[in-house]
Design a protein around this ligand. Structure first.
Ligand code: GLA
Length: 383
């Protein structure tokens, strides 16, 4: 009896002690103070997340709760691209977009349209007639206008901002040669913006979007584009800097130079596709297909296949996000929005690019939707 009493007492004391210990364990900042990203940054810029098709196909996806809690803006990764929205002539796939737009509007979240015109993820039929011959300039412009008209009629100003043209310039500032340049000519960006301005509601913002905007040639070409549009009275409301970066790439001073230049010409900036490629991809550029195939099967290309990331991974990613967001805060007067390209690491495209099936570590929420130290660092900056 006496022995049982002691055992029970021991058990009680032990549970009490473990509870105390659990309570004294430091909890993540966002949970202690119940801070959310969108609230913390409310007077700085919008915080966006890109919503992939996997989410739009599964309305019960747990990431939607995270989006509602932490994000003030959403972009669809693919659903509005020409090949997804209108894969064949007169065949439309609008349901995922309807859901995407309704979700944003119902939850008071800013909805971004990505992307009206891009050389990639645009099906061949767009550029061809019924006999497979390239269209004339007029016919392609008419097809582009038709696309915008249909979108405008269905979504109007519920989509508040559009990436009108994506990735039109090479790093050296020359115009990328695509079917748009081939058929329409070098003024196709101008034509695209004019169509968007004429067909979309007047209060919709029109943005030019590109990557590696810290490359001087491309950055200067975009500055020239903005100045040229202004001189001609063509509507352009912002410049989108994608932001698919790495732990060391680009050097922050280079990223800052781009922000300084856009600040000087007073054009609002949208960070449209932020993520960090923890695993890196330097080996990929310039490598032959065969080399890529060989390299991609090496274990060091996918060092954490089961997503068991050691603590130093967290520390590095958190420090880099802290530095990048410190820079964004310095330019918060011209930055309108920072959008992450995905919600959690589970839906990051960097698990499958440049090679398929890696476990990458890219965003602020882990694969289970838990906050990462990187989120805490980003929150601390505005605490
Ligand atoms: C580019 C495009 C996006 C997306 C990403 C990669 O940056 O603008 O639509 O395709 O690449 O996922």
């Amino acid at each position: 009896m006496h022995k049982h009493f002691l055992l029970a007492l021991y058990f009680l004391l032990f549970s009490f002690a473990s509870e105390c210990f659990a309570e004294s364990k430091p909890s993540p900042l966002s949970e202690v103070k119940n801070i959310t990203l969108k609230d913390a940054y409310a007077d700085k810029f919008l915080i966006g997340a890109a919503i992939g098709d996997d989410l739009l196909e599964n309305k019960g996806h747990s990431s939607f709760a995270l989006v509602k809690k932490h994000f003030s803006s959403i972009t669809s990764t693919d659903a509005l691209k020409w090949e997804s929205f209108n894969p064949e002539l007169e065949k439309y796939n609008m349901k995922p977009v309807d859901y995407f737009v309704d979700f944003g509007v119902e939850n008071n979240i800013d909805v971004v349209g990505h992307v009206l015109f891009w050389h990639s993820q645009t099906p061949d039929w767009v550029f061809e007639d019924d006999n497979g011959r390239l269209l004339s300039r007029e016919a392609l412009l008419a097809r582009m206008r038709e696309r915008v008209k249909i979108i405008a009629a269905r979504y109007g100003d519920r989509i508040k901002t559009w990436d009108v043209v994506n990735e039109a310039f090479e790093a050296n500032g020359s115009l990328r040669q695509t079917k748009f340049t081939q058929i329409i000519g070098n003024d196709y960006i101008e034509q695209a913006f004019e169509i968007a301005a004429e067909e979309l509601p007047k209060n919709v913002r029109l943005v030019y979007n590109d990557y590696d905007m810290f490359e001087a040639g491309r950055r200067d070409a975009v500055v020239k584009l903005v100045e040229d549009f202004r001189a001609k009275g063509i509507k352009i409301d912002g410049v989108g800097i994608q932001g698919h970066w790495g732990l060391r790439y680009p050097a922050l001073w280079r990223a800052e130079l781009a922000l300084q230049v856009f600040e000087r010409i007073k054009i609002p900036v949208y960070i449209t596709e932020m993520d960090l490629d923890y695993l890196g991809r330097r080996w990929y550029f310039g490598a032959s297909e065969e080399a890529i195939k060989r390299i991609s099967s090496l274990p060091e290309i996918n060092p954490y296949p089961d997503a068991n990331f050691p603590p130093e991974v967290d520390r590095e990613l958190a420090a880099r996000y802290r530095d990048i967001f410190s820079l964004y805060l310095k330019y918060s007067d011209i930055i309108e929005r920072v959008t992450f390209w995905g919600v959690t690491d589970a839906d990051s495209w960097l698990n499958d690019w440049p090679v398929e099936g890696r476990s990458n570590y890219t965003l602020l929420f882990d694969r289970k939707g838990n906050s990462k130290p990187a989120l805490e660092e980003v929150l601390k900056l505005v605490d």
